[in-house]
Design a protein around this ligand. Sequence first.
Ligand SMILES: Nc1ncnc2c1ncn2[C@@H]1O[C@H](COP(=O)(O)OP(=O)(O)OP(=O)(O)O)[C@@H](O)[C@H]1O
Length: 259
Amino acid sequence: MNTTPASSVEMKDVHLAFGEKEILSGINLSVPQKARLVILGQSGGGKSTLLRLILGILRPTKGEVTFKGLTVSRMSRLRLNRMRQKIGMVYQYSALISSLSVRDNLALPLEELTRKSRDEIDQLVDEKLELVGMADARDKMPAELSGGMRKRIGLARGIIMDPELILYDEPSAGLDPVISSVINELIISLSEKIGATSIIVTHEMDSAFKVATHMAMLYQGTIIAADTPERFKNSDNPVVAQFIAGETEGPILQAPQKT
Ligand SMILES: Nc1ncnc2c1ncn2[C@@H]1O[C@H](COP(=O)(O)OP(=O)(O)OP(=O)(O)O)[C@@H](O)[C@H]1O
């Protein structure tokens, strides 16, 4: 058996329902190691749900999600916690703890999950802040920072444990175009510097095409297209073409999932 799978994450025929409502109805997706996969899809279509399945916060009602060849839903609590230490999560609203300084927000996972000394932790915090260009913000409180700065700190926190996989949920939503470009460049440089695989959920087409090495489109509960950004741009799939162009006319149904 090959012990180093070519894929970081794989989904095989993944179904997920909340009560009677099926959100995902047969997802097949393979995320190559070190790829930056952008997942496109309508609001409420289940993109964040996909990320929660990868983290093992949700279990598929049918099918299988694997991380580095291991089935997430079959992991013990201990294994799941270990796996989550290898996954960095970057949220739309940064999700910093408002009562803690930037330094303490970043240090928290290291203090809770590792046995590193205070000096080692400080060094790692400084390193990550340097990577996102926020070394000066070390002793600031989150409320003292702008939205774009908080986002960068959120990125630094997402990579504090040197993750093998980074999950981004709407990383550039609500940012001005310049800050948004800074975030896009950071997503690319972080993935290259730490050699991580990235999965990015976004609605912002400009960002999507800037950062993606691979793209997938979620529509009506399934992945209807998975390809290179170049082929996505020229897709003759009418749903993909309409979504990318942001047109109101076309086959896309307003209701995001099957009823
Ligand atoms: N815990 C839950 N219980 C019940 N329904 C849920 C739960 N979590 C999500 N949903 C529903 O599942 C659907 C998909 O939600 P999800 O957040 O994954 O969509 P999304 O594609 O990320 O949307 P957006 O782009 O607007 O953030 C929505 O209809 C949502 O209301």
